[in-house]
Write a protein that binds this ligand. Structure first.
Ligand code: AMP
Length: 290
């Protein structure tokens, strides 16, 4: 695997590959790689393609300084994992490479409701920083395919908007959330969970599963209504709120394409259940479509 730290060197290499007719498939990450990231990398490895992963812990998307300070950094083992997976290129820039003119974003996009609700409400400024770095990385790497996880459901909807509004010539491929056998969504932050926290964190995916199974049944019976969905949400959030180690931020069901509150609902409505909570002080998010 080739490792580039400088934009100039990376661009030179990628241009050569593109001239040779290879498609560029790109997986941006913040490192502390786990099986969820590696699944994206696996999908980026394809015939007549070059796979590239970036590791950059973007300071502009952290609204909580202690979350940024405690973000796990495991570069040596990340490099080993990517090499074993067969990734072609790792881009490992420092902050000055990504933001040579400083971190203030003079061209921030207003994503409206999509960036103001759920994560946007609980992590003010997060999506501005995320969109800023994704746009910067896309302009550096100029990939044909961008691979991202459904794990960050709101993020992939915003990136889709970013691509559209900036008219970027890239196709977003969203890949399913990779979970531990017990259902816990893989996350770089999971390494900060104690054994008790890990057990308690399972309640989040269980709540989502309960809600999505409930919705599937309601759809099947043709009895789906907003009231029935609200009941499912209330039962599960009441039980999460009873857990002393879980600090629930939100548990909700929204329209999957817009994250708008569920309005008129039918058996063919595409919905998504989303949760965010601090477990033992570690902030986790998860979602499941229904
Ligand atoms: P991060 O390093 O957390 O910024 O994540 C980098 C990419 O990996 C994003 O597109 C995430 O959505 C994706 N990702 C993170 N966790 C998972 C997971 N458990 N399954 C699939 N993709 C994931």
């Amino acid at each position: 695997m080739l490792i580039f730290r400088k934009v100039k060197d990376l661009k030179k290499h990628l241009q050569k590959q593109k001239k040779a007719g290879l498609k560029v498939r790109f997986v941006p990450t913040m490192g502390a790689l786990h099986a969820g990231h590696l699944d994206l990398v696996k999908k980026a490895i394809a015939p007549k393609s070059i796979s590239i992963c970036s590791i950059f812990v973007n300071p502009t998307q952290f609204n909580d300084p202690s979350d940024f300070k405690n973000y796990p950094i495991t570069i040596e083992s990340d490099i080993e994992k990517l090499t074993l997976e067969g990734c072609d290129v790792l881009f490992l820039p420092d902050v000055n490479e990504i933001y040579p003119n400083g971190t203030i974003n003079k061209r921030a996009i207003n994503f409206g409701f999509l960036a103001q609700t759920l994560e946007g409400e609980h992590r003010p400024g997060h999506f501005d920083g995320m969109a800023q770095v994704v746009e910067r990385l896309l302009r550096i790497v100029e990939p044909d395919i961008l691979l991202m996880g459904q794990k960050d459901f709101q993020q992939q909807l915003i990136v889709q908007q970013l691509i559209k509004l900036r008219k970027l010539p890239v196709k977003l491929q969203v890949c399913a959330t990779v979970r531990e056998k017990n259902g816990l969504a893989m996350s770089s932050r999971n390494v900060r969970l104690s054994a008790t926290d890990t057990k308690d964190a399972l309640e989040l995916s269980k709540a989502l599963r309960g809600i999505t199974l409930g919705i599937a049944k309601l759809k099947q019976n043709g009895t789906i209504t907003i009231t029935a969905i609200s009941k499912l949400i209330k039962t599960k959030s009441d039980s999460l709120k009873k857990q002393p180690n879980i600090d629930l931020e939100y548990l909700d069901v929204r329209m999957a394409s817009s994250l708008k509150p569920v309005g008129r609902v039918t058996s063919s409505s595409k919905l998504v259940a989303l949760v965010a909570a601090k477990v033992g002080g570690v902030r986790l998010i998860d979602n499941m479509t229904a």
